[in-house]
Design a protein around this ligand. Structure first.
Ligand SMILES: *[C@@H]1O[C@H](CO)[C@@H](O)[C@H](O)[C@H]1NC(C)=O
Length: 321
């Protein structure tokens, strides 16, 4: 004890005086000296035991949590990422352009409803179907407006509205992506300032009607594509829809959490569209690889079939097994 208080002379001297007293009293009451340390050491042992128990309890709890590898850990970060204008992808029905169809497939000029089964068969298996699809600028019109500055308006140019993927035979999909638009390059970080309107129209004299008129839609980051995803928003003709979008960022935790993180940026951009891979796209690429190796054909549902001229896995190609 004395050595612990070495730093201050006063205290060590006081201690020495105290111990003198106790040695005095020891002479008068022998045995007492033993009694006090007994209580103290018993207390010390008790406290140590209690602390060890607490320590073990907590360690075991942590260990148990670690060994369970819980995967539903939610952490939300707010306000750190800049809010950016999203891209929009839409998929529409009745997308076949009458004129373009006739140019590529002579047998469908002077189209009549009786040819529909034949056309459906073509849409199920033909390659490069994007070539007969309605032109994006003929279906979609856009308008950006700053409500507080009524004179500030602009629209998306051709390069910002593109035919991208498909869900053949029923849907052809188009993506509106502001990258490369000089106005949006400077304003994409201020979505609350702008109102973005989009008009979708079917020119019934220029297209072939095969299904109900319908549009499915999805907002996504401009660096990816919702190809292969089932869009949750379905729009019907004559509807007027308003949306407020919210940006959320999800970060997957590294091991030991079994989140199986994959850095999609490392894979580079998709060969058929300048966007990063997604988990969905990855599994489609995998399917395509397998059917190509096994059956030398591309699955009907492959999202970029509209841009490819490959054997499609129809029943004739794969056999009905
Ligand atoms: C269909 O194709 C023709 C010829 O390229 C074009 O003039 C017309 O605008 C297109 N219509 C649609 C809806 O894409």
């Amino acid at each position: 004890m004395a050595s612990r208080h070495k730093g201050t002379m006063r205290v060590s001297r006081a201690f020495r005086e105290e111990s003198n007293i106790s040695s005095d009293s020891e002479e008068k009451h022998p045995g007492r000296r033993l009694q006090h340390p007994d209580v103290f050491s018993a207390l010390r042992i008790l406290v140590s035991l209690a602390l060890t128990a607490c320590f073990l309890y907590q360690s075991l709890g942590t260990l148990r949590l670690y060994l369970m590898y819980p995967t539903t850990m939610d952490a939300s970060t707010e306000g750190l990422e800049t809010l950016k204008f999203p891209a929009v992808s839409i998929c529409i029905t009745n997308w076949v352009n009458k004129t373009l169809l006739c140019v590529k497939y002579r047998q469908f000029c002077n189209f009549e409803p009786s040819m529909i089964p034949q056309l459906r068969a073509l849409l199920n298996s033909a390659g490069n179907l994007g070539e007969i699809a309605a032109r994006p600028k003929r279906i979609i019109e856009t308008n950006f407006e700053d409500p507080s500055l009524y004179y500030y308006r602009f629209v998306y140019e051709d390069e910002q509205i593109q035919q991208t993927f498909s869900r053949l035979p029923k849907y052809m999909c188009y993506t509106l992506n502001w990258r490369g638009n000089s106005e949006m390059d400077s304003y994409h970080e201020y979505p609350p300032l702008f109102e973005f309107s989009m008009y979708i129209q079917w020119r019934t004299d220029q297209i072939i009607v095969l299904d109900d008129f319908e549009v499915t839609m999805d907002f996504h980051s401009v660096f990816v594509l919702s190809a292969g995803e089932v869009h949750t928003m379905i729009l019907k003709p004559n509807g007027n829809y308003e949306y407020n979008t919210e940006q959320s960022v999800t970060r997957l935790l590294p091991p030991p959490y079994d989140t199986k993180c994959m850095d999609y940026e490392r894979l580079g951009e998709h060969p058929l569209y300048p966007a990063f891979m997604t988990q969905t796209l990855c599994s489609y690429e995998c399917q395509r690889q397998i059917t190509r190796d096994m059956c030398n054909c591309t699955p009907t549902g492959y999202p970029f079939r509209n841009k490819l001229s490959e054997n499609v896995c129809t029943e004739q190609v794969t056999g009905k097994t």
